[in-house]
Design a protein around this ligand. Structure first.
Ligand code: FMN
Length: 132
């Protein structure tokens, strides 16, 4: 059984949640996929300060001790990851961008993007982005 985790970046459980739910229902209908939707709003995520400590010393050096690592753990445990966001001013919603910014440490990993956390471990993960 493959596990897919979807991050929904909306402020409410409405269109983005509905779209990602339908997508996951179709995936689960294959019979080989289980899934979970995480609402980013339920997690404490501070905006990046731009200190670059994660670039220089690794992600453990981030001054924030919030829910970033709990989310990263959930993504790492998944075979597939969906980033789903409403379109806000022609871009993803700010909270989704905040989370993406907090993943910037992966962009400085040796061999990025091939060796990033998205492909680390014993298998390659799939990443899909939905904008609603
Ligand atoms: C602050 C704000 C900015 C938005 N900007 C855009 C936009 O640039 N383009 C667009 O097509 N819709 C835009 N919308 C509409 C939302 O993307 C749309 O209502 C979306 O379905 C909301 O998702 P939700 O129901 O998951 O919150 C905006 C809505 C808000 C509140």
């Amino acid at each position: 059984m493959k596990r897919v985790v979807a991050l929904a970046g909306s402020a409410r459980a409405k269109h983005t949640h509905q779209a990602v739910s339908r997508f996951l229902e179709h995936l689960e209908a294959l019979g080989t996929v289980e899934s979970e939707i995480l609402m980013l709003n339920d997690y404490r995520l501070a905006p990046c300060l731009g200190c670059k400590l994660c670039f220089e010393k690794g992600e453990e050096a981030c001054p924030f001790k919030d829910d970033r690592d709990a989310l990263v753990e959930k993504l790492l445990a998944a075979d597939g990851v969906v980033f789903a966001s409403p379109s806000y001013m022609f871009r993803v919603r700010g909270l989704m961008k905040t989370f993406i910014d907090r993943l910037a440490f992966s962009a400085t990993a040796p061999g990025f993007p091939e060796a990033s956390w998205l492909e680390s471990g014993h298998h390659r993960r799939s990443l899909l982005t939905l904008v609603v």
